[in-house]
Design a protein around this ligand. Sequence first.
Ligand SMILES: C[C@H](O)[C@H](O)[C@H]1CNC2=NC(N)=NC(=O)C2=N1
Length: 91
Amino acid sequence: MKPDGLDALLESGWTLSSDEIAIRRSFIFKNFNAAFAFMTRVAMVAEKLDHHPEWSNVYKRVEVRLTTHSAGGLTDLDVKMARKMDEFAGQ
Ligand SMILES: C[C@H](O)[C@H](O)[C@H]1CNC2=NC(N)=NC(=O)C2=N1
């Protein structure tokens, strides 16, 4: 069952994994400081929602994968996190 809002995310830069259990996006910032500031802001939301991204950072790039481990697929929480990330990244 696809969560509400997923299609809009997929039209705005997020991509669905081939097994359809996760979405991904690559964010590029102006420098490492901006990338790390983004990650810090997202970390606060992740703790609040008890929903955590899989991500990696190299210099000014942050690669994100969102899925709900307990559900084995995508839920409303992934959509919520993706929207927050887009907002914080100015996307
Ligand atoms: C015990 C704790 O609530 C769970 O492990 C939470 C933490 N963060 C989580 N994050 C994500 N992405 N999926 C989960 O199922 C999940 N579960």
